[in-house]
Design a protein around this ligand. Sequence first.
Ligand code: CMX
Ligand code: CO
Length: 146
Amino acid sequence: MLTRIDHIGIACFDLDTTVEFYRATYGFEVFHTEVNEEQGVREAMLKINETSDGGASYLQLLEPTREDSAVGKWLAKNGEGVHHIAFGTADVDGDAASIRDKGVRVLYDEPRIGSMGSRITFLHPKDCHGVLTELVTSAGTSSAEH
Ligand code: CMX
Ligand code: CO
């Protein structure tokens, strides 16, 4: 069951100046940063609020580490902006399977590693009315050990 907006993914050309914009404009501080080479991103997570399912909602600021990555290609085509939305669930495997059964393309056979040790997968934007959609089980909210 999808129980929260886990994050909104925002593509940017320069992570440091974008982080500074969010800090100076809204007062949001960086909660976590990491490089995910598999996804081809350097990212900063800004926590907005905790949620009643034990998780939280974040902004995920994304700078590509290489031009041929998903975010690098998207930025070259569209410029900066909202890249994807992510729903949080305690069971990414089960939710991905049931959504796949409805005919929506799930991009990975098995969830991969996302921010802060979470397990993530993506739904194809062409099957989701133009919205690249991520499903996330954060390390602290899993309903099972994997
Ligand atoms: N939102 C909406 N539409 C998108 C999109 C996005 N973020 N990215 C691509 N598209 C659309 C394109 O506009 C294009 O549409 P048209 O054919 O009408 O022009 C179509 O999808 C194909 O796009 P493409 O540029 O040829 O890109 P690819 O097919 O190579 O890749 C996708 C698209 C979704 C499969 C790829 O971006 C992907 O695998 N995404 C998941 C991984 C990811 O995004 N990782 C970064 C974030 C990591 C994280 O959140 O932790
Ligand atoms: Co994301």
